[in-house]
Design a protein around this ligand. Structure first.
Ligand code: OGA
Ligand code: MN
Length: 291
């Protein structure tokens, strides 16, 4: 099947020509979509009426094994009793809107910090597929920053300084930044993982900054210097020119490459309007599943 990509931003993001992802099973089309991910970092598909089962099957066809250890599982089971499905939005176990003091709401607020999904796992998250089921009439957009363009624009001295460095990522850290309290038993489950600061895409050879609000420290540096470096790089990489802002419509499916982008949610009146999405993320395994 012939697919085309229409750029949504000079650096990052493209809308894919109309197709029904539930019907896409052939390797050739799936490979063309993976190629589109390599080029654009974020792909937008309109009108994808997925059920959870269909989205699970598609994510696996597209990107291989699924990420099943979300940080929030350390707190409680999710509504779907399936840790591969991340419950994104503000709907509680009874189908109502989460109260202001709901602990899961407090935990999810950290999605407003620039981050990547599942960088606190080893292997880390690769592709996230986010399916819009109910979108409020008031925005609640998601922003994506291009970590490849941001890397390319660093000067030669900075590229040399950061080559070979490693970063520890912990999801507890990004929550603690906002004052969220974990019990000792929860913290025990959220120890995090270490990954290179510079990621190289094995197919294109393009380098990117692998950053997130989960990044606690640079392994090879003293704590303050490492944290300052992470902060400087994040400030650089999230300047407006690197950011595509996605305005959701019901039934959108957006896929992003967590190794080539960071993202964050934006504030809206979440005590008033329901917002409901499902995210299914694949993990970065050595042999690409589509090879
Ligand atoms: C996610 C996420 C942002 C949003 O699904 O991983 O960070 O706007 N979502 O809901
Ligand atoms: Mn996220």
């Amino acid at each position: 099947m012939n697919v085309t990509f229409k750029k949504l931003h000079p650096h990052i993001g493209a809308e894919v020509s109309p197709l029904d992802l539930r019907q896409i099973h052939d390797r050739e089309t799936l490979d063309a979509l993976v190629g589109g991910m390599d080029e654009h970092g974020v792909l937008v598909f309109r009108d994808q009426p997925f059920t959870d089962a269909e989205q699970l099957a598609f994510a696996e066809r597209f990107g291989g094994p699924l990420h099943k250890k979300p940080g929030i599982a350390a707190l409680a089971k999710n509504r779907f009793d399936n840790d591969a499905i991340a419950d994104i939005g503000n709907i509680n176990e009874d189908g109502g809107i989460r109260a202001a003091d709901d602990r899961k709401r407090a935990y999810s607020l950290a999605n407003r910090l620039w981050h990547t999904d599942a960088s606190f796992q080893d292997p880390p998250g690769r592709y996230s597929t986010l399916s819009a089921r109910v979108i409020p009439p008031v925005g609640a957009d998601t922003e994506f920053a291009d970590m490849q363009a941001a890397y390319d624009d660093l000067d030669a001295a900075m590229k040399k300084q950061i080559e070979g460095l490693h970063v520890h990522h912990s999801i507890a850290y990004s929550r603690q930044l906002l004052g969220f309290d974990f019990s000792p038993a929860e913290l025990e489950k959220l120890k995090g993982a270490v990954h290179p600061l510079v990621h190289v895409n094995p197919r294109t050879g393009r380098r990117s900054l692998y950053l997130a609000a989960h990044a606690t420290r640079v392994i090879e540096m003293a704590l303050p210097e490492g944290r300052l470096l992470l902060r400087d790089l994040t400030e650089h990489a999230t300047q407006r020119q690197y950011v595509y802002r996605h305005a959701w419509k019901d039934r959108d499916l957006v896929i992003w490459d967590n190794q080539a982008s960071m993202h964050r949610s934006t504030p809206f009146e979440d005590a008033r309007y329901p917002r409901e999405l499902r995210r299914i993320t694949t993990i970065d395994v050595e042999v690409p599943a589509y090879a």
